[in-house]
Design a binder for this molecule. Sequence first.
Ligand code: FPP
Length: 241
Amino acid sequence: MPPATPRHIAIIMDGNGRWAEARGLRRIRGHEAGAESVRAIAEECARLGVEQLTLYAFSEENWRRPRLETEFLMQLLKRFIAAERETLLRNQMRFSAIGRLDRLPSGVRKELQKTIRLTANNPKTNLCLALSYGGRAEIADAARRIAERVASGELKPEQVTEATVAAHLYQPEMPEPDLVIRTAGEMRLSNFLLWQVSYAEFYVTDTLWPDFRAEHLKAAIEDFGRRERRFGGLVTRPAVG
Ligand code: FPP
């Protein structure tokens, strides 16, 4: 892996609707085209040796969209997860999901569980889908579970630290994202991985998600390679003179 390759890339996949509307198509056709980008980018990350790729596929807020669109997205997800199991296995990739997964239709949950189980021991990129996901909901869910442990006497309030919160997130073992990419131009985080992105580098491109391919990912990684990451400290430079 080249030194500047991020360990964890997280992507806010935006612009499916605009991509379809620009072609006079229905919005759902944009989601279908977006699924092609998911496959291409996941395979590229495995090739590059990226440890984790987290994709914001469906937010808690997305449930507010028209029922036909959410139903279509759920069907698409189910089909995609089943169809791409082969791609994941061929590329030795792992698969995981974060979010309030109990809100997903049972057919989607079944495909998720099967793919998670079959890819659990694979060594390459962990493709993690954020589904029915909200960053605030994740922190609230962690707080509730910590409160339960405090109430049962298992944990003292003074023992609750940042590490305790991190340990109660949906996927505690994930490396924090180094690079967050957002497609389709908007400069917003939209409630994505709020706890984990504290020191991530943010990259926004006007490219719409269905058009996003390996060359766009390469441009984002090159830009990331030019950033000076300080994590709140100072860059140490050799003393002059
Ligand atoms: C944002 O575009 C995208 C979504 C709400 C869903 C993301 C879904 C996919 C990429 C396809 C399915 C995913 C997988 C993993 C198979 P938008 O509809 O908000 O676009 P707009 O802002 O242009 O309207």
